[in-house]
Design a protein around this ligand. Structure first.
Ligand code: ZN
Ligand code: ZN
Length: 284
């Protein structure tokens, strides 16, 4: 099959965490790039999307689908700095489906890129932009060979989980969501069942979780339970709290792999080859 690759551009949650102690796992907020043959998908537009956009622009990617989980700042703050938006001759489709009212994707971008909060408005985009609204569990057939399934997540103001299917393989991106202790989220299990990989909101540990009930986030242990229940061999712990240092996250790798050997901890620059049943290509 042709290539199916995943690259992490930002793995933090809430706000960037630049610090000397965070150079390995990175400081940028949520952004994951998928290359599905010639198709380009960008999951979320946190600060990580800035570097991603520069690479796509220089690599002459001229047709891009941006799938937003929701519009909390850590998932959209990089969008105004996404270079392909300012290049005539590029097509960018921005998808959002988390709204709990009749807000549209276009309205969300216009309200957020707007003085006095930001001087540049979407009118200055030079690319051909399409705003695409959907409602989970809609299925998005982006191309004949590329299907995206969706599920509503449990998060303040709403969020959407995605399953991207290409070439007989599937990658799931499940952030931000809060689990309900005592029972797994059946909607998530149904979405991720049999996938090759699940990127999952691992903001907290089970031990910490009771202090953060209602904050809208989950734990890496819940990610393991979901993977086991849904037959997913590979978990990528994602959306790291800003307090997590390289030392803490490196320790998590060992602790999590002792419980579920298929666990990886997301770090900026990590590339996984999904077509090869998940092989680590490079890690910064
Ligand atoms: Zn977040
Ligand atoms: Zn959020």
């Amino acid at each position: 099959m042709s290539r199916f690759e995943l690259t992490i551009w930002g793995a933090r949650g809430s706000i960037p965490a630049p610090a000397a102690a965070n150079t390995r796992f990175g400081s940028d907020t949520s952004c994951v790039e998928l290359r599905c043959g010639d198709h380009v998908i960008v999951l979320d537009a946190g600060t990580g999307v800035v570097g991603c956009g520069r690479k796509l622009y220089n690599g002459e990617a001229r047709d891009i689908d941006v799938l937003l989980t929701h519009c909390h700042f850590d998932h959209i703050i990089g969008l105004p700095f996404f270079m392909p938006l300012y290049h005539a001759g590029t097509q960018v489709r921005i998808h959002a489906g988390h709204f709990e009212d009749d807000t549209t994707c276009r309205e969300m971008v216009e309200r957020f890129m707007c003085p006095p909060y930001f001087p540049v408005t979407p009118k200055q985009f030079a690319a051909d932009i399409k705003y695409c609204d959907f409602r989970p569990p809609d299925v998005l057939d982006l191309f004949p060979d590329l299907r995206v399934r969706t599920v509503r997540l449990n998060h303040p103001n709403g969020a959407v989980g995605y399953r991207v299917e290409y070439g007989g393989r599937a990658v799931c991106y499940i952030t931000d969501t809060e689990h309900r202790p005592g029972g797994l989220d059946q909607g998530i299990i149904d979405l991720v069942a049999g996938a090759d990989i699940m990127i999952y909101d691992s903001m907290y540990t089970d031990e910490e979780y009771p202090k953060y009930r209602g904050f809208g986030h989950s734990t890496w242990e819940e990610g393991v339970r979901l993977c086991r229940a849904a037959g997913v061999p590979r978990l990528v712990a994602f959306h790291h709290d800003i307090s997590r240092t390289d030392t803490w996250l490196a320790d998590l790798v060992g602790r999590a792999q002792a419980v579920f050997p298929g666990t990886l901890v997301a770090e900026t620059g990590l590339t996984l080859d999904i077509a090869e049943r998940v092989r680590i290509v490079e890690a910064s």
